[in-house]
Write a protein that binds this ligand. Structure first.
Ligand SMILES: [Zn+2]
Ligand SMILES: [Zn+2]
Length: 308
């Protein structure tokens, strides 16, 4: 069954991702104001009453700004963990709060939503996949590292929103204070273009028809850099930059696309061990340090002899 996807906005100024079929849809995060969410859905001709629930990835403001008003106005259940809810200034209407657990799929009509834990500097952060019986979509932003969970889920997706937050050089040379630079790149912050690109190049499944690069930094990235980098390896997958300022188009993901899988892709989405091509690096012990010193001394003696 075809799934329709759109980014309503993507970036540190607000995140909201739409995934649905003809009958029902969910929003992953609600980081735009309610009014702006309504405006963008209307421009896309997506009826808000098709949305049946909001799933919250974590408590950062760019993911929950419109949550309270949107859920109240449309009587929408909010799937959020207790730990995340504790950190939110969000007064849910009685009966609208639902919890979820990693690895326990939740069914909304013909959609199945599955959460998995991720590394990010929030209290209890998750990523989600949304699936119909034949198509799976991943929403993967705000990630400190490419962990095994991410590889496993990314490898199963027909389309994915994937964070490409910063260019490593632009961040290094940019105006951000040192502690903030280290927060972003320190394993609990965001994925760089290179990290996202390596995931895509290595683990892209042959059936991935769309890749939407998401959560680009205003200061430490450029959309054209990201587009250029990923297009080198696209191999037929549509590469789209999700904007910080506007909604994307709606993309129909049918699940029938067949391209070329990345070289490390496995049907189970398992991280492949590094090949034998890289010889093991010998440990530097006192014994081989002495051997190395003796060998250096011998070659020095040889050289002196030669030059005499
Ligand atoms: Zn964010
Ligand atoms: Zn965040």
């Amino acid at each position: 069954m075809t799934l329709y996807i759109a980014s309503l906005n993507s970036g540190s100024n607000g995140n909201c991702y739409y995934v649905g079929n003809e009958e029902e849809a969910v929003l992953i995060d609600a980081g735009l104001s309610c009014r702006e969410t309504e405006r963008r859905m209307r421009r896309l001709n997506l009826p808000l009453d098709r949305v049946k629930a909001i799933f919250v990835s974590h408590e950062h403001d760019d993911h929950i700004r419109g949550l309270e008003v949107l859920s109240h106005r449309y009587n929408l259940p909010v799937y959020i963990t207790a730990k995340t809810l504790e950190q939110c200034r969000f007064a849910p209407a009685a009966g609208l709060v639902r919890s979820f657990q990693a690895g326990n799929p939740i069914t909304i009509g013909a959609l199945t939503i599955t959460a998995f834990a991720k590394m990010h500097d929030a209290s209890d952060p998750y990523s989600f996949t949304v699936a119909s019986p034949s198509v799976r979509i991943g929403v993967f932003t705000d990630l400190g590292i490419v962990c095994d969970n991410l590889i496993r889920h990314f490898s199963q997706c027909h389309a994915a929103f994937l964070e490409a937050n910063y260019d490593e050089q632009l961040l290094e040379n940019g105006r951000y204070p040192w502690p903030l630079k280290n927060r972003i790149r320190g394993g609990q912050g965001h994925l760089s273009n290179r990290q996202a690109f390596e995931l895509f190049a290595e683990y892209r499944p042959a059936f991935m028809s769309h890749l939407l690069l998401a959560h680009l930094s205003q200061d430490n990235n450029r959309p054209e850099l990201v587009q250029g980098l990923f297009e080198q390896q696209a191999q037929g997958t549509d590469v789209i930059i999700a904007s910080r300022n506007n909604e994307s188009e709606i993309y129909a993901v049918e699940g029938s696309y067949r391209g070329t899988a990345g070289p490390a892709w496995t049907p189970q989405g398992i991280r492949k061990p590094k090949g034998d091509a890289d010889p093991p690096i010998p440990a530097v012990t006192m014994r081989n340090r002495r051997k190395l010193a003796a060998a250096n001394a011998r070659s020095a003696v040889t050289q002196i002899t030669l030059f005499e």
